[in-house]
Design a protein around this ligand. Structure first.
Ligand code: ARG
Length: 578
């Protein structure tokens, strides 16, 4: 249990005792302002009516009865009946001790859930571009945090590896191979390849027909066509894997469950919905009318599940995927990370899928939308010539820029060391800049801010970690095995200790809302509190008594471990030197 939950248990016990209704709200939160204690219980006001007493009297009754032994040292009633809770130094000290002594920062795991996470999911026709950066790194951070908390995660890379555009690509691909090109070189630049195929599709006589014929052959499982398709898919997945490796994300080939994997289930999805009268023929197509999403005139939304020529759609596949994830994988939660423009699609899919019985009622279906990455001009992020920015190029640039920064610092490190450091800083900066923004809003991509050593950035956090490591190096003490009594005296020690104890709360919030920025904000605040502590509370000065020094080093060690773990959950590496 985290601190908030431990306190809540004790307050809830008292509510029952003072005669509050069983489901009385019990709002207990971290205090957001200094001077209001560390946590606040604000439930007294809401009880005034049912208990027919003044809120302050109720607050007083709660304060008199609540047993916070071992946790808090002082309770105050403020304003109309807020209860400010001041945690005791001993309670916090013991937390700091456990963080240092136990593995996994002494985090107790909640009940484990089966969580299916659909993320990255690029379209194989094209090279991964910056739009997939967000899905990939946000999804990966959430996955890591879920696993850290003991959940059973199934990664699903729902790659766009099927559909009509593949007819065009295959037709072009097979021509190139006939010209004796090796498959890899024919596909060396997916972007170019796609463009060439599209030009031929639009302009070359007979090509479009051949492309369409390829689709039909592909969908009916024609062997030659499938072989070609497999080759194509393999090479493009390998391209994505290169990006994953560079980014340090945990996706592997085993996690690929592309659209094609559902192909043989689509006919059944349609016939089940038709049998229920949910899907109906409409102008040659098969559609579901969604009354719940009717427009102002009362016309229901139209959700197409099969095209007039018999072809299936993105939506059909998502219904099949929902059924597979809920029933076959037994998901408690399904999380899908795509940009916000797909929000309506997933809202409709959930309504239709639930009606069709493609989800167990208890499976929670959560589309996690994200905003766009914008350029300095506030417009969608593009190359100077207006093209889409390839993810691979962006990452290379990040590393190059970080190399320059590292070189400027003149840290006396070898060239090889500088290169390794630059890679960690560069990639970390790009990831953190994205993760630290509220997921749902658009954000402006800015090299200078993300690579800055000041502010809420990866380099700032990486530097805070490195600094602590170097303190331990100087002290000749092992950060990982330090064990000494912790006594919190200074205000800065107490503030840092409490923040350390709140790591789990941040993590749990991040995981339940699928919002990595919550963890980023936490880490940034933690590092900032450390800096204040570091200035006010010397550790290695000669006049610091040994006990005090060790107690402070315990705080520093717990901070380093928490930052390293937190960054690792965000997919960002730390450095012992920089
Ligand atoms: N391939 C899609 C795209 O790039 C994202 C797929 C997301 N997952 C899903 N189940 N639809 O937009």
């Amino acid at each position: 249990m985290n601190i908030q939950q431990q306190l809540l248990v004790r307050f809830k016990a008292v509510l029952a005792a003072i005669g509050a209704p069983e489901n009385a709200p019990a709002p207990l939160t971290q205090s957001t302002r200094a001077g209001f204690g560390h946590y606040q219980f604000n439930g007294a006001m809401a009880l005034a009516k049912s208990l027919k007493q003044k809120p302050r009297d109720i607050a007083q009754a709660i304060v008199d009865a609540v047993d916070l032994n071992g946790m808090a040292e002082k309770l105050e009633i403020a304003g109309p009946g807020f209860i400010n809770i001041h945690l005791s130094a001993d309670f916090i000290s013991s937390r700091v001790t456990s963080i240092n002594a136990e593995s996994n920062l002494a985090v107790t795991q909640p009940q484990s859930q089966k969580v299916v996470v659909d993320y990255s999911s690029p379209n194989l026709a094209k090279e991964m571009h910056v739009g997939h950066l967000r899905s990939t790194i946000i999804g990966d951070a959430v996955v890591r945090a879920l696993e850290f908390l003991g959940h059973d995660v199934v990664r699903q890379n729902h790659m766009g590896d099927w559909g009509t555009q593949f007819g065009m690509l295959l037709a072009h691909f097979s021509d190139k191979l006939q010209d004796n090109q090796v498959a890899e070189t024919a596909l060396s630049d997916l972007e170019d390849f796609y463009r060439e195929a599209k030009v031929r599709f639009d302009e070359e006589e007979g090509f479009a027909d051949r492309a369409r014929a390829q689709v039909v052959k592909l969908q009916s499982g024609d062997e030659q066509c499938m072989t070609l398709w497999h080759q194509f898919i393999d090479i493009s997945i390998a391209h994505s894997e290169e990006v994953y490796q560079k980014l340090g994300v945990t996706l592997t080939r085993e996690d690929v469950m592309g659209e094609s994997a559902y192909n043989d289930q689509l006919a059944d999805v349609i016939s089940k919905m038709k049998a229920q009268g949910l899907a109906v023929d409409d102008q040659g197509a098969v559609v579901v009318f969604i009354e719940e999403l009717a427009d102002k005139e009362g016309n229901p939304a139209v959700y197409i599940v099969q095209k007039s020529g018999g072809g299936y759609l993105y939506s059909t596949t998502d219904l099949a995927a929902m059924r597979y994830r809920s029933f076959d994988l037994g998901a408690d939660r399904i999380l899908i990370f795509t940009d916000a423009r797909q929000a309506l699609h997933f809202k409709q899919t959930e309504i239709v899928g639930r009606k069709a019985g493609f989800s167990r009622p208890e499976t929670s279906y959560e589309h996690c939308p994200f905003g766009m990455m914008l350029g300095q001009d506030g417009k969608p992020f593009k190359t100077r010539s207006g093209g889409t920015i390839k993810l691979a190029d962006l990452l290379d640039e990040a590393i190059e820029r970080a190399e320059k920064l590292v070189a400027e610092r003149d840290s006396g490190l070898s060239e090889q060391e500088c290169k390794e450091i630059a890679a960690k800083i560069g990639i970390g900066a790009v990831k953190y800049a994205d993760l630290s923004k509220n997921r749902t809003t658009d954000y402006i991509f800015n090299w200078d801010t993300m690579l800055s050593f000041e502010g809420n950035t990866a380099p700032y956090l990486q530097y805070a970690y490195t600094r602590i490591v170097s303190i331990f190096r100087k002290a000749g003490i092992d950060l990982n095995t330090i064990d000494a009594p912790v006594a919190l005296q200074a205000e800065q020690e107490m503030a840092l200790g409490i923040k350390l104890g709140q790591f789990v709360e941040a993590l749990e919030q991040m995981v339940s809302e699928a919002t990595p920025h919550v963890l980023c904000t936490y880490l940034y605040e933690l590092a900032s509190l450390f800096m204040s502590f570091y200035e006010a509370c010397p550790m290695l000065k000669d006049d610091v008594a040994e006990e005090l020094k060790m107690s402070r080093l315990m705080l520093a060690a717990a901070t380093a471990k928490t930052i390293a773990t937190g960054l690792d959950l965000l997919g960002i590496q730390t450095l012992d030197k920089m």
